[in-house]
Design a protein around this ligand. Sequence first.
Ligand SMILES: Nc1nc2c(ncn2[C@@H]2O[C@H](COP(=O)(O)OP(=O)(O)OP(=O)(O)O)[C@@H](O)[C@H]2O)c(=O)[nH]1
Ligand SMILES: [Mg+2]
Length: 436
Amino acid sequence: MFIDKAKVYVKGGDGGDGIVAFRREKYVPEGGPAGGDGGKGGDVIFRVDEGLRTLMDFRYQRHFKAERGVKGRNKSQHGANADNMIVRIPPGTVIIDDDTQEVLADLTRHGQQIVVARGGRGGRGNVRFATPSNPAPELAEHGEEGQERWIVLELKVMADVGLVGFPSVGKSTLLSVVSAAQPKIGAYHFTTITPNLGVVDVSEGRSFVMADLPGLIEGAHEGVGLGHEFLRHVERTRVIIHVVDMAGSEGRDPFDDWLKINEELKLYNAELENRPQIVAANKMDMPEAAEHLEKFRKQVKEVRPDLEIMPISSLTRQGIQELLYRTADLLDQIPEAPVIDEVTDLNERKIYKLAKEEEQDFVIRRENEDFVVESVKIEKMMKRMQLNSHDAILKLARTLRHMGVDDELRKRGAKDGTIVRIGDFEFEFVEGSSYY
Ligand SMILES: Nc1nc2c(ncn2[C@@H]2O[C@H](COP(=O)(O)OP(=O)(O)OP(=O)(O)O)[C@@H](O)[C@H]2O)c(=O)[nH]1
Ligand SMILES: [Mg+2]
């Protein structure tokens, strides 16, 4: 079964408490305050993983709670920040706040991410409250509570390939023989009423997602039949496999069918006319099929000489491998779905996303006066590096500059001394310098 909706509860970790402590060192009987701040609670982050295709995992796990920050410690030591909780989601997932029904993000590309529940800040330790009049305060703060809410996830059908055609031409049968999907198959029209997805493994390392859609009929573009609401799925596919019944069942004419379906696609969205298309001339096992195919080829040649027509039979599996290889080759030549430029999170803050295909994917968020940079790439790099050496920090700074993080921070108003956080690290933005 293909699940395309899930509701989950997310909660950011609470911040660690700040503590009250005093220095107790040898020969220093009256030590000053030394209670450190608590660490920040972890964020719950949804991140796109291109290896996932469904929301199936969310059937089993519906609660996602990040860890709380560690309490402050004595000797003015900061408690550790909790790790963020990364939850993997498939490309094409729309993230909606269940309360407000606001779309928080529509994530399509590997590595794109959004913080869905922010961890609380750590409480301040008593060292922070010392004043000349009260040099030894017995005061510390509790950690802030992490954000919590219910989120609805919706997965749009992000198929690479869409099967289109009249009812009963054999779309579902084709999907069933090329993938593990088990769509309903029937000799009557409109057997398929919702799209089915299947992952097609062509050969080692080559696979694509195929969507079997409800049959289209004349007038589908204006809502006749079931097709209309599914035509938008076709819009998102990169290759169309147009299944045509070569047996001419029910007295149909294959060429006429082909023209009509193309017309519907075009009327729905003119761009679909130019979408790469392969005709799967199906039911070639039937007696009349060969004759029909010959005629069909001639007729098509007159209007679209370049169109590829591949004879198949889902019943005998004739021509199926060839069709899959050809489809995979075609997909290799066509770029992935376009990248979205901007998404908005709950607090109506614009999250910056670069539209370019380069590895520049990072998100800059404001947190009061501070900036937070979120980036899979940078965080990965930082995990690898020992950031206590000067060289390592220089290297990081160079990367940030090359990625355009500096420029973007500046554009967003970062000034000398502005705090910039990336993962667990905190830097000061230093204008004109090569690093923070
Ligand atoms: N002989 C023959 N019959 C086929 C072939 N492929 C499908 N069929 C039959 O055609 C009928 C319709 O098949 P489906 O796969 O349900 O057709 P569909 O295009 O998905 O139909 P809808 O979901 O109603 O749009 C079924 O009876 C299948 O067994 C084929 O290659 N050869
Ligand atoms: Mg079907």
